[in-house]
Design a protein around this ligand. Structure first.
Ligand SMILES: N[C@@H](CCC(=O)N[C@@H](CS)C(=O)NCC(=O)O)C(=O)O
Length: 217
Protein backbone atom coordinates (compact mmCIF):
# COMPACT_ATOMS: atom_id res chain seq x y z
CA UNK A 1 0.00 0.00 0.00
CA UNK A 2 1.06 3.57 -0.65
CA UNK A 3 -0.21 6.65 1.16
CA UNK A 4 -0.09 10.03 -0.56
CA UNK A 5 -0.20 12.59 2.21
CA UNK A 6 1.35 15.67 3.75
CA UNK A 7 2.51 15.56 7.39
CA UNK A 8 0.92 18.96 8.15
CA UNK A 9 -2.50 18.14 6.68
CA UNK A 10 -5.03 17.25 9.40
CA UNK A 11 -6.89 14.71 7.24
CA UNK A 12 -3.55 13.07 6.40
CA UNK A 13 -2.70 12.95 10.12
CA UNK A 14 -6.06 11.26 10.76
CA UNK A 15 -5.20 8.46 8.31
CA UNK A 16 -1.57 8.15 9.50
CA UNK A 17 -2.94 7.69 13.02
CA UNK A 18 -5.21 4.90 11.72
CA UNK A 19 -2.32 3.23 9.86
CA UNK A 20 -0.07 3.30 12.93
CA UNK A 21 -2.90 2.02 15.15
CA UNK A 22 -3.44 -0.87 12.71
CA UNK A 23 0.35 -1.42 12.54
CA UNK A 24 0.27 -1.56 8.74
CA UNK A 25 3.32 -1.27 6.50
CA UNK A 26 2.94 1.33 3.77
CA UNK A 27 5.08 3.35 1.39
CA UNK A 28 4.95 7.01 2.44
CA UNK A 29 4.46 9.32 -0.56
CA UNK A 30 4.80 12.79 0.91
CA UNK A 31 3.07 15.15 -1.51
CA UNK A 32 3.47 18.92 -1.40
CA UNK A 33 0.46 20.42 -3.19
CA UNK A 34 1.95 23.93 -2.88
CA UNK A 35 4.64 22.80 -5.34
CA UNK A 36 3.13 23.22 -8.85
CA UNK A 37 5.12 20.31 -10.27
CA UNK A 38 4.09 17.91 -7.51
CA UNK A 39 0.48 19.16 -7.80
CA UNK A 40 0.46 18.50 -11.53
CA UNK A 41 1.95 15.01 -11.08
CA UNK A 42 -0.53 14.18 -8.31
CA UNK A 43 -3.51 15.55 -10.27
CA UNK A 44 -2.74 13.00 -12.99
CA UNK A 45 -3.04 10.23 -10.40
CA UNK A 46 -6.08 11.76 -8.70
CA UNK A 47 -7.70 14.72 -10.53
CA UNK A 48 -9.59 16.17 -7.49
CA UNK A 49 -6.08 16.64 -6.08
CA UNK A 50 -6.93 16.11 -2.40
CA UNK A 51 -4.87 14.42 0.28
CA UNK A 52 -4.84 11.83 1.76
CA UNK A 53 -5.10 9.14 -0.92
CA UNK A 54 -4.45 5.44 -0.40
CA UNK A 55 -3.18 3.28 -3.23
CA UNK A 56 -4.22 -0.23 -2.23
CA UNK A 57 -2.12 -3.34 -2.94
CA UNK A 58 -4.32 -4.15 -5.97
CA UNK A 59 -3.62 -0.69 -7.43
CA UNK A 60 -7.05 0.77 -6.68
CA UNK A 61 -7.22 4.30 -5.26
CA UNK A 62 -9.13 5.25 -2.14
CA UNK A 63 -9.70 8.92 -1.22
CA UNK A 64 -11.46 10.31 1.90
CA UNK A 65 -9.86 9.81 5.30
CA UNK A 66 -12.90 8.09 6.85
CA UNK A 67 -13.27 5.62 3.98
CA UNK A 68 -9.53 4.83 4.05
CA UNK A 69 -9.73 4.04 7.78
CA UNK A 70 -12.87 1.92 7.29
CA UNK A 71 -11.06 0.04 4.50
CA UNK A 72 -8.02 -0.58 6.73
CA UNK A 73 -10.22 -1.82 9.55
CA UNK A 74 -12.03 -4.23 7.21
CA UNK A 75 -8.87 -5.57 5.54
CA UNK A 76 -6.23 -5.57 8.28
CA UNK A 77 -6.99 -8.08 11.00
CA UNK A 78 -4.32 -6.89 13.48
CA UNK A 79 -3.82 -3.78 15.56
CA UNK A 80 -6.51 -1.60 17.12
CA UNK A 81 -10.10 -2.23 16.10
CA UNK A 82 -11.16 1.21 14.83
CA UNK A 83 -14.85 0.48 14.15
CA UNK A 84 -16.49 -1.41 17.01
CA UNK A 85 -18.25 -4.73 16.38
CA UNK A 86 -21.32 -3.60 18.31
CA UNK A 87 -23.59 -1.86 15.79
CA UNK A 88 -24.86 0.83 18.19
CA UNK A 89 -21.28 1.76 19.20
CA UNK A 90 -20.21 1.67 15.55
CA UNK A 91 -22.98 4.13 14.65
CA UNK A 92 -21.85 6.48 17.46
CA UNK A 93 -18.25 6.28 16.21
CA UNK A 94 -19.34 7.13 12.67
CA UNK A 95 -21.56 9.96 13.94
CA UNK A 96 -18.73 11.55 15.95
CA UNK A 97 -16.39 11.15 13.00
CA UNK A 98 -18.79 13.14 10.79
CA UNK A 99 -19.36 15.80 13.48
CA UNK A 100 -15.62 16.21 14.04
CA UNK A 101 -14.76 16.52 10.33
CA UNK A 102 -17.60 18.93 9.54
CA UNK A 103 -17.94 20.95 12.73
CA UNK A 104 -14.39 20.94 14.08
CA UNK A 105 -11.73 20.17 11.46
CA UNK A 106 -13.34 22.15 8.62
CA UNK A 107 -14.22 25.02 10.99
CA UNK A 108 -10.64 25.17 12.27
CA UNK A 109 -9.56 25.40 8.65
CA UNK A 110 -11.85 28.42 8.11
CA UNK A 111 -10.40 30.06 11.21
CA UNK A 112 -6.82 29.34 10.12
CA UNK A 113 -7.59 30.78 6.67
CA UNK A 114 -8.85 34.02 8.25
CA UNK A 115 -5.83 34.23 10.55
CA UNK A 116 -3.47 33.82 7.59
CA UNK A 117 -4.85 37.10 6.17
CA UNK A 118 -3.70 40.57 7.14
CA UNK A 119 -5.84 41.80 10.12
CA UNK A 120 -7.60 44.44 7.96
CA UNK A 121 -8.84 41.75 5.56
CA UNK A 122 -10.23 39.41 8.21
CA UNK A 123 -13.97 38.97 8.70
CA UNK A 124 -14.16 39.37 12.48
CA UNK A 125 -17.89 38.56 12.64
CA UNK A 126 -17.43 35.31 10.68
CA UNK A 127 -14.47 34.42 12.91
CA UNK A 128 -16.52 35.00 16.08
CA UNK A 129 -19.35 32.80 14.71
CA UNK A 130 -16.95 30.00 13.83
CA UNK A 131 -15.34 30.20 17.29
CA UNK A 132 -18.76 30.01 18.94
CA UNK A 133 -19.71 26.94 16.88
CA UNK A 134 -16.41 25.28 17.72
CA UNK A 135 -16.87 25.96 21.44
CA UNK A 136 -20.37 24.41 21.33
CA UNK A 137 -19.16 21.18 19.72
CA UNK A 138 -16.08 20.93 21.92
CA UNK A 139 -18.26 21.41 25.03
CA UNK A 140 -20.48 18.54 23.86
CA UNK A 141 -17.37 16.38 23.43
CA UNK A 142 -16.25 17.38 26.94
CA UNK A 143 -19.65 16.15 28.26
CA UNK A 144 -19.26 12.88 26.37
CA UNK A 145 -15.78 12.38 27.81
CA UNK A 146 -17.09 12.67 31.38
CA UNK A 147 -18.08 8.98 31.20
CA UNK A 148 -15.79 7.71 28.50
CA UNK A 149 -12.06 7.08 28.34
CA UNK A 150 -11.80 7.60 24.56
CA UNK A 151 -14.59 9.29 22.65
CA UNK A 152 -16.74 6.16 22.35
CA UNK A 153 -16.04 3.84 25.26
CA UNK A 154 -12.74 2.36 26.38
CA UNK A 155 -11.26 1.63 22.95
CA UNK A 156 -9.50 4.02 20.58
CA UNK A 157 -11.62 4.31 17.40
CA UNK A 158 -12.08 6.14 14.10
CA UNK A 159 -13.70 8.97 16.10
CA UNK A 160 -10.43 9.47 18.01
CA UNK A 161 -8.43 9.34 14.74
CA UNK A 162 -10.58 12.30 13.64
CA UNK A 163 -10.44 14.23 16.92
CA UNK A 164 -6.81 13.91 18.04
CA UNK A 165 -5.27 15.88 15.10
CA UNK A 166 -7.69 18.76 15.87
CA UNK A 167 -6.71 19.09 19.53
CA UNK A 168 -3.51 21.19 19.38
CA UNK A 169 -4.90 23.71 16.84
CA UNK A 170 -8.15 23.95 18.86
CA UNK A 171 -6.29 24.58 22.15
CA UNK A 172 -4.10 27.13 20.38
CA UNK A 173 -7.02 29.11 18.92
CA UNK A 174 -9.63 28.86 21.67
CA UNK A 175 -9.76 29.07 25.48
CA UNK A 176 -10.54 25.48 26.40
CA UNK A 177 -8.82 25.00 29.74
CA UNK A 178 -12.14 24.92 31.61
CA UNK A 179 -13.14 21.83 29.61
CA UNK A 180 -11.52 19.45 32.11
CA UNK A 181 -12.43 16.18 30.42
CA UNK A 182 -11.11 17.43 27.10
CA UNK A 183 -7.85 18.51 28.83
CA UNK A 184 -7.47 15.01 30.30
CA UNK A 185 -8.17 13.49 26.86
CA UNK A 186 -5.55 15.78 25.28
CA UNK A 187 -2.92 14.59 27.79
CA UNK A 188 -3.70 10.91 27.20
CA UNK A 189 -3.68 11.44 23.40
CA UNK A 190 -0.23 13.06 23.62
CA UNK A 191 1.28 9.86 24.98
CA UNK A 192 -0.52 7.47 22.63
CA UNK A 193 2.32 5.78 20.66
CA UNK A 194 0.61 6.08 17.26
CA UNK A 195 -0.01 9.81 17.76
CA UNK A 196 3.56 10.38 18.99
CA UNK A 197 4.77 9.11 15.59
CA UNK A 198 2.38 11.37 13.65
CA UNK A 199 3.15 14.41 15.82
CA UNK A 200 6.91 13.89 15.51
CA UNK A 201 6.75 13.88 11.71
CA UNK A 202 4.51 16.97 11.75
CA UNK A 203 6.92 18.81 14.09
CA UNK A 204 9.87 18.01 11.82
CA UNK A 205 7.95 19.20 8.75
CA UNK A 206 6.91 22.43 10.54
CA UNK A 207 10.49 23.02 11.72
CA UNK A 208 11.83 22.53 8.19
CA UNK A 209 9.43 25.19 6.92
CA UNK A 210 10.10 27.73 9.67
CA UNK A 211 13.88 27.19 9.80
CA UNK A 212 14.16 27.72 6.05
CA UNK A 213 16.02 24.41 5.72
CA UNK A 214 13.34 23.37 3.30
CA UNK A 215 11.88 26.07 1.11
CA UNK A 216 8.13 26.35 0.70
CA UNK A 217 7.65 25.91 -3.05
N1 LIG B 1 -13.00 15.01 3.16
C1 LIG B 1 -11.61 14.83 2.79
C2 LIG B 1 -10.90 16.16 2.96
C3 LIG B 1 -9.52 16.15 2.33
C4 LIG B 1 -8.93 17.55 2.27
O1 LIG B 1 -9.64 18.57 2.31
N2 LIG B 1 -7.62 17.59 2.16
C5 LIG B 1 -6.91 18.84 2.04
C6 LIG B 1 -5.66 18.83 2.89
S1 LIG B 1 -6.05 18.60 4.60
C7 LIG B 1 -6.48 19.00 0.60
O2 LIG B 1 -5.93 18.09 0.02
N3 LIG B 1 -6.75 20.17 0.02
C8 LIG B 1 -6.42 20.43 -1.37
C9 LIG B 1 -5.40 21.49 -1.53
O3 LIG B 1 -4.67 21.80 -0.57
O4 LIG B 1 -5.32 22.01 -2.63
C10 LIG B 1 -10.97 13.73 3.66
O5 LIG B 1 -11.53 13.41 4.72
O6 LIG B 1 -9.94 13.14 3.26
Amino acid sequence: MELFYHPLSRYSQKVLLGLYEKQVNFYPRVTELRDPIQRQTFSKIYPPCKLPLLKCSDGSLLPESTIIIEYLDQHIPGGTRLLPKDSADCLRVRLWDRIIDNDISNQLFLLEQQLSMAPEHRNELAMAQVKQRLLQVLASIDDELANSHWLVGDGFTLADCALVPCLEPAFELLSLLELENLCRYRQQAKIRGAWELVAEEAQLAAAEETSGLKLIP
